[in-house]
Design a protein around this ligand. Structure first.
Ligand code: HMG
Length: 403
């Protein structure tokens, strides 16, 4: 079933995260929770927290700017931005990002949503577009801010990040294979009505729904001629919290009657968790931060198949495979990724709480947003119900957006 057509896949991968970080020690101190619950029980050590002047647009532009700088904008004819923390019900965040990056006007720019699964839909659409016209490149960006109620069980699993991928022929990083295993089931495990900025979640139902979806997507993948599980060098699972990836792999091994040996599970999944354990849930970006972690951390993966399990509550799941391209290590952004994580300013609990509770006026007046972020793009103002974005001075070649 694996196609002999032109190979298409991920040619470049870059992620960005927020200005601030809250260590889980601060959250544990506030709640009186044993730190082992966070560090071991859910596998999280810290969460990225956006500054007032950061959102999914600024994160997306920050993730994608290095990709455009390296490869040029000329052949990008499509920008697909996946998010479930959208800033507008009509205008796509992809259009703001297209402007901030100075991409050609002869392009389409669209936003996609299906919880944490959206970026995988965007990736598969991009692969299909490049198969149709191998001369074009597609910029796929996953960008999300995960926000739950203060003092709720979900609070410890918040986070924020964006991952940008350039999809093209003869990719430098990962060749995306056919087939895909697919699964959709109407489940109310996690959702966010339009009038809320924090998600609603039934935690135990969401974990069960995720595990069922893993099983169903895998079964469909195999029925469509996919690889056997033992062919994979590593498995990238969606990581709402990193322990979930270990649970998912153990579940799959159990279902298939394989030995759920903890060391084997750690070898298959552990290298995918380095970034997510300190960034938190970046929703649809999380799977691709998992890939970045794997490529940046693992021993040489040249020619090795990697499995991807994308899950988005609600729910949709997809299992697909990719093969790591020869020479991929020359194209990684390991130093920049480590810097994105290391440069964040630590918050104490009170500082985090103040940011969490902050809301913007909705009166349509002229409201400058206080500068907090030191990143390349910022939300500068709300004016006449418009969001006004700007690039910092060292990015003079890129424009403002939203005016
Ligand atoms: P909770 O009630 O805070 O925690 O909810 P818990 O009591 O279930 O404990 C969590 C784990 O820590 C357990 O391990 C405990 O045993 C362990 P498990 O039994 O599951 O293996 N634990 C400890 N371990 C060591 N030392 C200790 C200790 N104490 C406890 N002292 C929950 C946890 C994940 C449910 C909560 O954080 C939550 O609701 N999170 C949000 C929902 C979520 O992340 N769901 C995941 C699946 S759905 C999904 O992935 C989609 C999503 O990303 C959204 C989208 O698609 O857009 C969420």
């Amino acid at each position: 079933m694996r196609s002999s057509r032109t190979t298409v896949g991920i040619h470049d991968l870059s992620f960005a995260t927020t200005e601030f970080v809250l260590p889980h020690t601060a959250l544990a101190g506030h709640h009186g929770t044993e730190i082992a619950k966070y560090h071991v029980g859910i596998g999280q050590r810290a969460m990225s927290v956006p500054a007032l002047d950061e959102d999914i647009v600024t994160l997306a532009a920050a993730a994608a700017a290095p990709v455009v700088a390296r490869h040029g904008a000329e052949r990008i004819r499509t920008v697909l931005l996946a998010t479930e923390s959208s800033v507008d019900q009509a205008k796509s965040a992809a259009v703001y990002v297209h402007a901030l990056l100075g991409l050609p006007a002869a392009a389409r720019a669209v936003e996609l949503k299906q919880a944490c699964y959206g970026a995988t839909a965007a990736l598969q659409l991009a692969v299909a577009l490049v198969h149709r016209d191998p001369a074009q490149r597609v910029l796929v960006i996953a960008s999300d801010v995960s926000k739950y109620e203060l003092d709720s069980p979900g609070e410890a699993t918040q986070g924020a990040a964006a991952a940008a991928m350039l999809i093209g022929p003869d990719p430098a990083l990962v060749r995306v294979e056919e087939p895909s295993g697919l699964h959709t089931a109407d489940v109310m495990d996690f959702w966010r009505p339009n009038y809320r900025d924090a998600a609603l979640v039934d935690g135990p139902t969401s974990v069960t729904a995720y595990l069922r979806a893993v099983e169903a997507a895998w079964t469909d993948y195999r029925e469509h001629g996919g690889r056997k599980l033992d062919e994979f060098a590593a498995l990238c699972y969606h990581q709402p919290f990193t322990r979930m990836a270990f649970k998912a792999h153990r579940h799959l091994l159990n279902v298939l009657g394989h030995d759920p040996d903890p060391d084997g599970i750690a070898r298959a999944v552990g290298p995918t968790t380095a970034y997510n354990s300190v960034v938190g849930n970046s929703y649809t970006a999380s799977l691709y931060l998992g890939l970045a972690s794997l490529l940046d951390q693992a021993d040489d993966l040249t020619g090795r198949p990697v499995g991807f399990l994308s899950y988005g509550s609600g729910s949709v799941a997809e299992f697909f495979a990719g093969t790591v391209a020869p020479g991929y290590r020359d194209h990684l952004r390991t130093a920049a990724h480590r810097e994105a994580v290391a440069r964040r300013q630590p918050l104490d609990y009170a500082g985090y709480r103040a940011l969490h509770e902050q809301t913007f006026p909705v009166d349509g007046g002229d409201h400058p947003v206080p500068p907090q972020t030191t990143g390349p793009f910022r939300l500068a103002a709300l004016r006449g119900h418009k969001r006004i974005y700007e690039a910092r001075s060292e990015q003079r070649s890129v424009r403002t957006a939203g005016q």
